[in-house]
Design a protein around this ligand. Sequence first.
Ligand SMILES: Nc1ncnc2c1ncn2[C@@H]1O[C@H](COP(=O)(O)OP(=O)(O)OP(=O)(O)O)[C@@H](O)[C@H]1O
Length: 303
Amino acid sequence: MNSIEIRELTKAYGAHRAVDGLTFDVLPGRVTGFLGPNGAGKSTTMRLLLGLDRPTAGTATIGGRRYLDLPDPLHRVGALLDAQSAHGGRTARDHLRFLAAAGRIPARRVDEVLEQAGMASVAGRRIKSFSLGMRQRLGIAAALLGDPGVLLLDEPTNGLDPEGIIWIRELMRGLAAEGRTVLVSSHLMSETSALADHLVVLGNGKLLADTSMEEFIDARSTRRVRLRTSEPGRLRTALARDGFDLADAADGRWTVEGIQAEQLGNLAAREGIPVLELSDERASLEQAYLDLTADHAQFTATH
Ligand SMILES: Nc1ncnc2c1ncn2[C@@H]1O[C@H](COP(=O)(O)OP(=O)(O)OP(=O)(O)O)[C@@H](O)[C@H]1O
């Protein structure tokens, strides 16, 4: 009852289709990364799901119902859309108390979510003194107020420092492990690969991929290691015996496609070949994402 169903969803602004015939599901119990370049239609999809905009065609439902038809929406769905929208003159605690009262949520939840968002010590400070990262945390605290089974977070890592990013990763993992549905948008593959189990990728309002993170990585990133050795000739011969090719990376290092560091390290050790440096490369994952979305990026030149 907590799954999200998007069916043939379209939103046109004049002649431009911000969302164009989208169909996918977001299932509970896992973190789904909602990826796409700027302008791909992620925020529009979330706004349509929350009933903040009307679709031109198609449906966006939660547990089979439109958001506006949910009997107790704040207990069903928590959303972070625009962290800047909180009233700057209020304190963090007052802001959350106001939201709790409006949503008929018990006041004790305010201190619980402030604690959960790591904001207990700044609860009495005015929001206008908050950094972007603190506003993001406050927005996440607000999304958690109703203890919802579904969470929609639009670019939640915006403005967060590395510690904040780890915090949000753990938080989302925990919420998914409790059986909640977690949809989190981002335009960065590197960030999403570290936190999502499943991926939905948009480009120009259209669905480009709907796949598990593991499948996405396996299908699109070639395994590759980069290494330094004092005996490239011997290593080349040894690798060739197993069908691998040693290629010059032109920085004093070598690369080998289709192998992992562990396998190469074992092979070199067996042959008694010194390896001075050895690492797996995952750069191709970001590249695979950029290749997938390149034709669909609206604002490629500015990013
Ligand atoms: N109210 C609106 N009126 C006209 N065009 C709009 C409106 N809202 C969104 N758009 C357009 O729809 C497209 C999709 O925008 P959207 O904000 O959904 O993308 P996004 O994937 O969330 O991008 P970002 O990562 O920049 O937030 C863009 O071309 C945007 O300019």
